[in-house]
Design a protein around this ligand. Structure first.
Ligand code: FES
Ligand SMILES: [Fe+2]
Length: 407
């Protein structure tokens, strides 16, 4: 495969050609240029609260182990034994006193040091055979890892998410529910779908009641524009008391990503429609307030980082997605529902009211992605034009992708 020649086949202002969504050699190049090069969201620190708690994730076939060590720090390693390479921890999540390889029992501490390789009589230098560490960042309760030998500077991410996420209190949250979705679509289709709300009216009847994303400045009616302006004005004055502000005051999605500046993460806060306190089916709260919020009127905090994370956080709960590539046509998406750590199931929240808004939205999106993959797989597929008013972020995503792949 001639990578540069393939990348050059994308026509400006159009979707990507067929081979971009289905070619295994290109998928392998994406692992190298994107998935194994930048920072990935691995999970929430609250999932591994105690020393010995761990989670694992597979990044295009490379298994990563994220563990809380005895000092309380979060560490990440390649989940690969230094003897003959067996995968060490096999569950998605668990707890261990030490990491014991299931093959020949080499044993590693929670800090990744090789502490026992009994039976190796020929004098093994244990100090050279610890688990291979990965760069790790814990930012406002979010765990990021990088598989890169030299990870990109994480300070801008730390600064942006550290400030934006602070009031939400992810460190004082718990995971109420996790749902794993195997989406039968290339990971880029999942992102393209996420980056526009052109499809929302048709596909997300519950989502459009709560949010203004579907309207854009250029085509919104005067009545809608008035509604948006009133919601923003109400929020601006009220939110100041809680130390938060509207950072995206228009219709349509905030511009993201920014390929020119390689801006691969962003956070913004938007207002909800009148009468909506949270992203639930009827707009009513579904759990106690999270973090430092003292009032339900905080709109929605939205954060995202390429290539694998987004979250929509309301006053009382947050719903996140973690993407992992499985192959050229499959993306594993983990959906997380978070509430305050003290909230009790059946007392303070119920799955019947907590889950549907985003579970429905997720399933609606994955179904769209699945059928888009099927259409794109056809020899009859030819990329069509992107709307400059509705799909500017799809275009931005494609340009970000092309820049990463050419880097
Ligand atoms: S492969 Fe792990 S101990 Fe042999
Ligand atoms: Fe959608």
């Amino acid at each position: 495969m001639d990578l540069d020649a393939l990348l050059a086949t994308r026509r400006d202002g159009y979707g990507m050609p067929r081979d971009f969504y289905r070619t295994p050699p290109l998928y392998d190049a994406e692992l190298a240029h994107i998935w194994h090069a930048g920072w990935l969201f691995a999970g929430f620190a609250c999932e591994i609260a105690q020393p010995g708690d761990y989670i694992t994730l597979s990044v295009g076939g490379s298994s990563v182990l994220v563990m809380r060590d005895d000092e309380g720090s979060v560490r990440a390693f390649h989940n690969v034994c230094r003897h003959r390479g067996t995968m060490l921890c096999r569950a998605d999540a668990g707890h261990v006193r030490a990491i014991v390889c299931p093959y020949h029992s080499w044993t590693y501490s929670r800090a990744g040091e090789l502490v026992n390789c009994q039976g190796m009589h020929e004098g093994v230098d244990k100090s050279a055979l610890g688990l291979k560490p990965l760069a790790t960042e814990v930012i406002a309760g979010l765990v990021y890892v990088s598989l890169a030998a030299e990870p990109p500077d994480a300070r801008p991410l730390r600064d942006a998410f550290g400030i934006a996420a602070a009031p939400q209190g992810f460190e004082r949250a718990k995971i109420a529910k996790v749902v794993d979705y195997d989406v039968a679509a290339n990971w880029k289709l999942v992102w393209e779908n996420n980056r526009e709300c052109y499809h929302c009216v048709r596909c997300h009847p519950q989502y459009v009641k709560a949010n203004f994303d579907v309207y854009d400045e250029a085509t919104a009616s005067p009545a809608i524009r008035e509604k948006m302006a009133a919601a923003v004005a109400r929020a601006q004055s009220k939110w100041a008391a809680q130390g938060i502000a509207v950072t995206h005051a228009h219709g349509g999605l905030a511009t993201f990503p920014d390929p020119e500046r390689n801006l691969w993460f962003a956070a913004d806060r938007t207002v909800l429609a009148e009468g909506w306190q949270t992203e639930s089916m009827d707009g009513r709260r579904v759990a106690p307030l999270m973090g430092s919020y003292r009032d339900a009127d905080v709109g929605v905090l939205r954060m995202r980082s390429l290539p694998n994370f987004w979250v929509h956080a309301s006053c009382d709960h947050a719903v996140a997605a973690r993407l992992l590539p499985v192959d050229a046509r499959t993306t594993r998406v983990r959906g997380y529902w978070l509430v305050d750590q003290d909230a009790r199931e059946g007392v303070d929240y119920d799955f019947d009211t907590l889950l549907p808004f985003w579970h429905l939205t997720n399933e609606q999106d994955w179904e769209i992605c699945r059928f888009q993959q099927m259409g794109v797989d056809s020899v009859g597929y030819e990329p069509g034009p992107l709307s400059r008013v509705k799909e500017y972020n799809v275009d931005a995503f494609i340009r970000w992708y092309l820049a990463r792949m050419r880097a």
